[in-house]
Ligand binder design. Structure first.
Ligand SMILES: Cc1cc2nc3c(=O)[nH]c(=O)nc-3n(C[C@H](O)[C@H](O)[C@H](O)COP(=O)(O)OP(=O)(O)OC[C@H]3O[C@@H](n4cnc5c(N)ncnc54)[C@H](O)[C@@H]3O)c2cc1C
Length: 298
């Protein structure tokens, strides 16, 4: 099946976009990696969301998720690890599936992470974001695993089960000791990934590790890593006033497009990005189930 719109991110922006699009009879699929906005869920009290003056972030987010589920929006609770542009079609990859869509909407929230030098260059040629997908390719080889989040231990275990040795760089505090003996915890700072046509090693501030693969695990990967042509403004996705990015068919909304970081803005922008995506599909003459699209006061 080719979905009309694939939405990456299931926070306020992504779910507002999905609710808008499904109400206009589009086929929509939402991907969310970390339990629907850990960011909003961390807020003890939200007091500026209109109509609901006193609510916790988790309660508010649960209401958004309930609404989306009631509208029978298809939600895949997995991280998007690849996004490829084809002829007018996008292919979206998660650890356990491949999906196709005519348009893509980015709603991934803030990404504070920086790409490591060499990461973009060697993505798919030794750099990977998913052990479950790629570990087998490194059977009996040495690899590096860099994680900025504590919840990637199942990925580290998966690497340990396939690879000869895993040099594990946890970039956070209170590290739980890995359960496999072939995982070595290293506290150096990773500096750059290098190689020729494929990865051959990683420099740190102290040493050099000769490896065939480098696995990166973060809460949110910088979007321009898996969509290399995407134009950014600092760490935010650059969009025009119609929420269109520089890549035709790719739209963005919410915190990933910049400040102010607020739920109202995120939801509003998600909605705008969905309506722009629908207009784009309309221009391409892609027929929805029922063409009763309404554009407000135009
Ligand atoms: C401490 C704190 C207090 C705040 N207080 C308020 C407040 O009082 N009022 C207010 O309005 N706002 C507040 N905010 C801001 C608010 O939480 C954000 O503006 C809002 O959550 C942004 O929504 P979003 O959908 O753009 O991004 P997010 O809520 O960050 O959602 C993005 C989602 O995308 C997912 N994702 C990312 N990458 C991928 C991928 N590759 N594949 C699949 N899924 C992916 C993430 O896991 C996440 O679930 C606060 C934030 C913080 C941190």
């Amino acid at each position: 099946m080719i979905y009309d719109i694939a939405i990456i991110g299931g926070g306020p922006a992504g779910l507002a976009a999905a609710i808008t699009a499904i109400a206009q009879n589009c086929s929509v699929i939402v991907f969310d990696a970390h339990g629907f906005s850990p960011r909003l869920r961390s807020v003890k009290k939200v007091s500026n969301y209109m109509g609901i003056p006193d609510i916790s972030g988790t309660e508010l987010m649960d209401k958004f998720v309930d609404h989306a589920r009631k509208m029978e929006i298809e939600i895949i609770e997995e991280k998007v690890i690849s996004l490829q542009e084809g002829d007018d079609i996008f292919t979206i990859g998660t650890p356990s599936g491949i999906y196709s869509a005519n348009a893509v909407l980015l709603a991934t929230g803030i990404s504070r992470s920086e790409l490591i030098p060499g990461e973009k260059e060697f993505l798919g040629r030794g750099v990977s974001y998913c052990a479950k997908v790629d570990a087998e390719k490194y059977k009996g080889k040495k690899v590096v695993a860099i994680s900025t989040v504590p919840n990637a231990m199942d990925e580290i275990d998966c690497l340990a089960e396939h690879c000869e040795e895993v040099y594990f760089f946890p970039r956070y505090e209170n590290v739980v000791p890995p359960k496999h003996k072939n995982v070595k915890v290293i506290t150096d700072e990773p500096i750059d990934i290098n190689g020729t046509d494929k990865v051959t090693g990683l420099h740190t501030n102290n040493d050099y590790y000769a490896v065939s693969g480098v696995f990166m695990f973060r809460a949110s990967d910088p979007l321009n890593s898996f969509l290399p042509g995407l134009q950014m403004r600092g760490k935010s996705v650059l969009v025009d006033d119609q929420a269109q990015t520089n890549i035709e068919g790719v739209f963005a909304g919410g915190d990933c497009t910049g400040q102010p970081w607020q739920v109202n803005r995120a939801a509003g922008q998600g909605q705008k990005a969905a309506l722009s995506a629908i207009k784009y599909l309309s221009r391409r003459d892609i027929k929805f189930n029922d063409r009763s699209v309404t554009w407000g006061n135009e």
